[in-house]
Design a protein around this ligand. Structure first.
Ligand code: ADP
Length: 504
C-alpha cells in the first residue's frame, strides 16, 4: 500500500518537476558578462528535486579557468560601475527588485523544486530575499563620507567611502535567494561588481535572478554567476580567495569551510565576511507566555525543516514549566505535515540531500542509543522518500550526545531542563558558536540582563523569527565576522579613503 501511494506521489511530483523545467526563468547555463555560457570543458552536473530525486536540469560544471574569466570580466566591469552615481546604481537595483517581485511566484516554485522547502516558505523567502535588493536600492543613495574639522588652517580633510572592487560571493543551499541578494544588494549598492558561486544543490534560483538582473539593465560583468559541482567547489573557492583581482570574499556556509576560506584569503589580505554555523540556544524562563514560546519554537526550529543557521539547536526550559512546555510543544508538533513541499498543506519538506539526511539520522540515533527519550518521531519518514525525517521531539539529552554540541540542521527539537538563570547562561554561552540566541521571559529586569549576557550576535526576545533586511545579521566567536543587511552591510564592500587638501 505504502509503495502504491509512494509511486503515485512520485508521479505527481515528477510532473511538478517537469512543470518547473519548462519555466522561462530556469536556465541551464551560467551567467558571465551578461552572456549565458557553458563550462569551457563542456561538463555539466545535474540539479535534482530532493523530494523525489527527479532531474530539474543540468548546469555547467565550471572550473578555475572559467572562474578566472568571470573574475576578469567583473574586474573590467568594476572600472566603470565604480564611477556610476549612487542614484544610477539605486535605479538599477530598483528595476531588479521590481522584476524580482513580478516573478516571485515562478522563483518560489523553482526554489521549492530544487531545495525542497514548502511553497509557502519559498514564497516567504523570495519576499525576504527581494527585500534586500529593495533595501539596498534605497541605501545606495545614503552612503556618505565625512568632512573633518581640520586642526590646521592650511589644510582641509575629508573621509570618503569607496567600493572595494570585485566581491566573490559563495552561498549555501538553505536560502537559495536571500543569501545571494543580501550580499549582492550591498555589494552593487556600494559600487562593487560580483562573482557569485551558488551552492551546487540550488543553482537554478541563482540563475533565475541573474536572468532578471540582465532584464533590469544591470550592465554586463557587474553580476556574474559561476556554477560548479561539489567536485570543483574547493578549487573554484581557492581561486576566489587567492586571486589578486578579487578584493573581498563573502561566504555563508559551514564553519569548517569558512575557516578554510579565512586561511586561503590571508595570502592576498582580502576583505572577508563570514556567516557560519550557529548552535542557537532557545531559553524559556518560567515567567514566559508558554503559548508564545511554543509558537516561537515552531517558527524557529521547524522553518526549512530545521535547516537554518539560526534554528534553535537546544531548547532550555526552566524546570518548573518543563513538563507543561514539552507537552504543549508535542501537541503542536503533531500538526506538522511531512511531504513534498510542492503539495498543499505540507510544512516539512525533505532534507536537502542524502548526506544531510544521514547526518540528522546519525545524530538522533546516537542520542537515542545513549538514553535520550523520544516523545515524537525519532526516525526517517521513509514512506515519503529517502530524504524525509519525522519531526522529532527528544528529552533526556546530555553532554555525552553529539547533538548537544553539533548543529543538528534537521527537524529535531531537543528540550533540556535548567534551574537558574546563571546556570542556563553558562551552558548557553559555553560554546564556540555565537550567531543567534532566543529567550522567552516576562520578567523585565531578567529580559534586560539576559539580552546583554547572551554571547551571540543576535538575540530574539520573546520572538523566534528575527531576520529582516533592515537589521544587522551576523555572529561572534566562530559563527563569523561582518554584518549583513542594515546600513552596516555596506561596510563589508567599502572602505574609508582619507583625502587631505594642503596648502590652502
Ligand atoms: P553545507 O555543508 O551546508 O553544504 P558548505 O559550507 O559545505 O555547507 O557549503 C556552502 C557553500 O560553500 C556551497 O556553495 C559550497 O559549494 C561551497 N564550498 C564547499 N566546499 C568549498 C571549498 N572547499 N571552498 C569554497 N567553497 C566551498
Amino acid at each position: 500500500m505504502i509503495n502504491i501511494i509512494g509511486k503515485r506521489s512520485f508521479l505527481l511530483v515528477s510532473r511538478y518537476s517537469q512543470h518547473v523545467r519548462k519555466m522561462s526563468l530556469v536556465k541551464n547555463l551560467a551567467f558571465v558578462n551578461n552572456k549565458w555560457v557553458a563550462a569551457t570543458s563542456g561538463k555539466t552536473f545535474e540539479v535534482t528535486n530532493p523530494a523525489n530525486g527527479s532531474v530539474l536540469g543540468q548546469v555547467p560544471d565550471m572550473d578555475t579557468q572559467d572562474t578566472e574569466e568571470a573574475i576578469q570580466v567583473a574586474y573590467d566591469a568594476f572600472q566603470s560601475w565604480e564611477f556610476t552615481t549612487a542614484k544610477e546604481r539605486a535605479l538599477h537595483l530598483r528595476n531588479w527588485f521590481n522584476l524580482l517581485e513580478e516573478n516571485k511566484e515562478e522563483i518560489a516554485k523553482i526554489m521549492t523544486a530544487e531545495s525542497g522547502k514548502p511553497l509557502a516558505e519559498a514564497a516567504g523567502e523570495v519576499a525576504y530575499g527581494n527585500g534586500f535588493i529593495e533595501w539596498y536600492s534605497e541605501e545606495a543613495r545614503r552612503i556618505h563620507g565625512e568632512v573633518i574639522s581640520s586642526p590646521i588652517h592650511s589644510k582641509e580633510m575629508m573621509l570618503i567611502r569607496k567600493p572595494i572592487g570585485v566581491a566573490a560571493l559563495i552561498t549555501p543551499w538553505n536560502f537559495p535567494i536571500a543569501m545571494i541578494t543580501r550580499k549582492a544588494g550591498a555589494a552593487l549598492a556600494a559600487g562593487c561588481t560580483c562573482v557569485v558561486k551558488p551552492a551546487e544543490d540550488t543553482p537554478l534560483t541563482a540563475l533565475a535572478i541573474a536572468a532578471l538582473a540582465e532584464k533590469a539593465g544591470i550592465p554586463k560583468g557587474v553580476f556574474n554567476v559561476v556554477t560548479c559541482s561539489r567536485r570543483n567547489a574547493a578549487d573554484v573557492g581557492k581561486l576566489l580567495c587567492q586571486s589578486p583581482l578579487v578584493a573581498g570574499l563573502s561566504f555563508t556556509g559551514s564553519t569548517n569551510i569558512g575557516k578554510l576560506l579565512y586561511e586561503q584569503c590571508a595570502s592576498t589580505v582580502k576583505r572577508l565576511s563570514l556567516e557560519l554555523g550557529g548552535n542557537a540556544p532557545f531559553i524559556v524562563f518560567e515567567s514566559a507566555d508558554l503559548d508564545a514560546a511554543v509558537k516561537g519554537t515552531m517558527a524557529c526550529k521547524f522553518r526549512n525543516c530545521g535547516q537554518t543557521c539560526v534554528s534553535a539547536n537546544r531548547l532550555f526550559i526552566q524546570e518548573s514549566i518543563f513538563d507543561q512546555f514539552v507537552s504543549k510543544l508535542e501537541e503542536t508538533m503533531r500538526g506538522l505535515k511531512v511531504g513534498d513541499g510542492a503539495q498543499p498543506g505540507v510544512t516539512q519538506g525533505p532534507l536537502i540531500n542524502d548526506a544531510q539526511a544521514s547526518k540528522v539520522n546519525d545524530l538522533v540515533q546516537d542520542a537515542i542509543k545513549k538514553g535520550a527519550k523520544v516523545h515524537l518521531g525519532g526516525k526517517p519518514a521513509l514512506d515519503k522518500g529517502p530524504r524525509f525525517f519525522e519531526p522529532t521531539l527528544l528529552t533526556d539529552v546530555d553532554h555525552s550526545m553529539r547533538m548537544y554540541h553539533e548543529e543538528i540542521f534537521g527537524p529535531v527539537a531537543v528540550c533540556i531542563p535548567f534551574k537558574t538563570e546563571e546556570e542556563v547562561l553558562a551552558i548557553a554561552n559555553g560554546t564556540r558558536s555565537g550567531l543567534a540566541g532566543y529567550f522567552f521571559s516576562n520578567d523585565l529586569p531578567q529580559v534586560w540582563r539576559v539580552a546583554k549576557r547572551l554571547e551571540t550576535g543576535m538575540v530574539g526576545i520573546n520572538e523566534g523569527i528575527i531576520s529582516t533586511p533592515e537589521a544587522a545579521f551576523g555572529g561572534i566567536k566562530e559563527s563569523g565576522i561582518g554584518r549583513e543587511g542594515s546600513h552596516y552591510g555596506i561596510e563589508e564592500y567599502s572602505y574609508i579613503k582619507y583625502l587631505c587638501f594642503g596648502n590652502l
